[in-house]
Write a protein that binds this ligand. Sequence first.
Ligand code: CTP
Ligand code: MG
Length: 539
Amino acid sequence: CVQKAHICVSRSVGTKVVATQAEDSGKDEREEKAGPKSLSAFLVERQEQAERSVLISCHPKTSEKKFLKYLSRHGDIKKHFFYDSYGTYAVVEFSTQDGVRSLLDAAVIPSVSHESAVPFKSRLLSLRTTGAVNQSDQQPGLQCRPQSTVPISELIQTLARQETVDQQIMCLTQAYQLTEENSRLRFLVCSLLKDIAAAYFPECTVKPFGSSVNGFGKLGCDLDMFLDLDDISGRDVQTPKSSLSVEYQMKRATSERAVTQSILSVIGECVDQFGPGCVGVQKILNARCPLVRFSHQPSGFQCDLTVNNRVALKSTELLYLYGLLDRRVRLLVFSVRCWARAHSLTSSIPGAWVTNFSLTVMVLFFLQRRSPPIIPPLDHLRQLAGPADRSVIEGNDCTFVSDFSKIQLQTNTETLEQLLNDFFEFYSTFPFGKMSINIRKGKEQNKPEVAPLHIQNPFETSLNVSKNVNSSQLERFVALCRESAWLLQQRDAPPGRGRRRDPPGLGTGHPAAAVPGGRSQKSKEKEKGTGHANASRVY
Ligand code: CTP
Ligand code: MG
């Protein structure tokens, strides 16, 4: 018996949602970012891969062999993987765009009996199977790549098996960081969005920014993207040399902001009305940075779409660079973000709490304040910049060096445990009342305005990144820093001097510090001398 498969174009009809549990099946293949590739080179490579890719919904019992055989008829497949998100999906990357074109040419329009379909074709497809299925077709199920983090209880168990706090921090980062597949999926969703926006703006691109690409993203983080219309912005236009030339007639608006709002309003409408898999579309046009927010169901991503957000791309590039300068940067940022989430200092809901972006800047500032510093201040990176690095966006100087090899780092050999402990100590005594955190200078500055927490935006220097934070949230942050520093220090205290024996767990201590079995480097060294490894376990 032959199981015939053919592809059906997904349309924005009311899709039936089958809730499936995202299982952590498949080998855990979290990869460290390979080599110091510039962010722009990384974006170009991933965007190009995404253009050659399609997203296909399929039955979890689909035969992978037959699936690939069918698709190979349309072109060479370079890479593919399966994942679960409200159903099983496959990301398939063809070697050339011809493969995608051939597959789309063969795709049929679904026949819907009780509803009407919006006739918008996209690269989001469904695999249809027809014909009888014999016993040999009863596959064990597709191997799905995880797109969400392991449950916290499971993570605690894994951390408990680690010997040192440094190992726990590495393990935590491994478990939480974006996987290669998740990164590809993010770019594919941007590429699918670009297809919608391209109906109006054929030259546009949709680029991810923020934690999806800055190296600090956690599985499940939102997908920040912006519609890049730079090629049709009128900026950097060369004056024609000939005496006669033509120019486009274009509609005028009162301000750049008004243009952004009208573009987002129209694109938001298109996403809502025509975008297959896009649900819960909200247009938030009166925000300081207008955006369209929606859920992309096939990927499970919460998406924020903005327009021409070039300063945010620059700050993404800066964080990316800092993250690659020293491996401890990313490891510490992951630990602090995880610690903050576990204590509900951060939330996925906007409010008066500190954001992950603010926390990241706080970690960077702390690392600039080490002696010797682990990373240099932004002003130093600006001094190293060459003419090609010069960048001024809306009057903001966003210039900094892009060539990693020009950056000389000082020798600092502090362990992650030391740094984590000192991070908590540093912020438990930081003079938040008077001083502002400034990564451009690498030194605290007098606060220019009244706000409980003042973190200068590295590029839009008149802005406070943490303007939203109220004093009670800041007080909680400081109190938890104090408590976590204390917990970490108890690990080396001898019994009877207040050493804590009950596992404080993720609710009260830092995960990497407050996990059963985790020992500090110092205590591990002491144990080697005494042979009492288990006796000295703190928890
Ligand atoms: N951003 C900014 N100023 C802010 C907030 C955000 O410049 N006050 C920029 C930063 O480049 C940030 C990006 O917008 O990385 C996305 O913001 P957000 O989604 O809040 O932060 P992420 O870094 O993406 O972190 P998360 O994982 O929480 O989404
Ligand atoms: Mg984000």
